[in-house]
Design a protein around this ligand. Structure first.
Ligand code: G1P
Length: 298
């Protein structure tokens, strides 16, 4: 079984669900507490043992490249002024030279097309795929668990969670077969099915381990749901010749591409941080107790 060394992170999406915030700034750079959303995906990948990150970017996303580069003036200034804590936080997030690549998706043809754009950078080896809008919250990242299952099953692994059965039309949905390790064998996959025809309420939560044969299928994939080239459709074809297993994530993904998911993530991560929780929520709790609530926005 080949080791999974590379992760693809597509960051070309326009962020239309989050306008006007994302009009001039990539949605992946919005911050959850004090880190951009994309940093959570990178940290989760590194935690799972990934050594190289491939970003699929688009126009107006160059700030993501700058973010993962070294900023010499900033480092010098922090060093000179003895700001050790800030320096350490930058050093901690710095990816080693050569451990990150960028390629561009030239037009928005869908997730399947974005992944296909990474084919040459990934080459002939299995790879992880992390959709950065989905921010993993739990004892350990979702990908680390998926990797563990991959170690037992090989083939392809997709991470799943259960969604409200009325909301299957928002996600890729899988059919549930026999239990295996932390999950089960996948019997079918459908992109955004109506609740009446969905095979289950297990939704694909944005973490995948895929074999490179998927690239060839993506290259010939016809457009599907939403008139886009869908990854789920190519995976379905790949499942004809290769095993697919689902890893049931025991944490929770926040959809930071939506306003509600983004705010939930900020609250959850802030509550989970000892250095922030009391500072932020103490005064708010007091304010609410004293009924000094600001007038609600119209
Ligand atoms: C994509 C995938 C879908 C998955 C979802 C998770 O959809 O196509 O299968 O469930 O991400 O966020 P999108 O959100 O790009 O419409």
């Amino acid at each position: 079984m080949k080791r999974v060394r590379k992760a693809v992170i597509p960051v070309a999406g326009l962020g239309t669900r989050f306008l006007p915030a994302t009009k001039a700034m990539p949605k992946e750079m919005l911050t959850v507490v004090d880190r951009p959303v994309v940093q959570y995906a990178v940290d989760e990948a590194l935690e799972a043992g990934i050594e190289h990150i491939v970003f699929v970017t688009g126009r107006n996303k160059h700030v993501i490249e700058d973010y993962f580069d070294i900023q010499p003036e900033l480092l010098d200034t922090l060093t000179q002024s003895g700001k050790r804590e800030q320096l350490a936080s930058l050093q901690k997030m710095q990816l080693p030279a050569g451990a990150v690549s960028f390629t561009r998706q030239q037009a928005p043809h869908g997730l399947g097309h974005a992944v296909w754009c990474a084919r040459d950078l990934v080459g002939d080896e299995p790879f992880a795929l992390l959709l950065p809008d989905m921010v993993s919250f739990g004892k350990r990242g979702c990908l680390a668990g998926a990797m563990e299952l991959y170690g037992q099953t090989g083939g392809n692994v997709i991470a799943v969670e259960q969604c409200d059965p009325t909301e299957t039309n928002k996600y890729g949905i899988v059919g549930k077969g026999q239990d295996v390790g932390t999950g089960f064998a996948v019997t079918e996959m459908v992109e955004k099915p109506a609740p009446a025809v969905a095979p289950s309420n297990y939704y694909i939560n944005g973490r995948y381990i895929l074999q490179p044969e998927v690239f060839e299928l993506l290259g010939t994939q016809e457009r599907g749901a939403g008139n886009e080239i869908q990854l789920t459709d190519a995976m379905k074809r790949l499942a004809g010749s290769q095993p697919f297993h689902a890893h049931s994530f025991d944490g929770r993904m926040f959809d930071c591409g939506s306003k509600e998911g983004f705010i939930q993530a900020n609250v959850a991560f802030a509550l989970g941080r000892a250095d922030i929780r009391d500072l932020v929520f103490g005064p708010i709790a007091e304010m609410i107790a004293a009924e000094e609530r600001p007038a609600e926005a119209a």
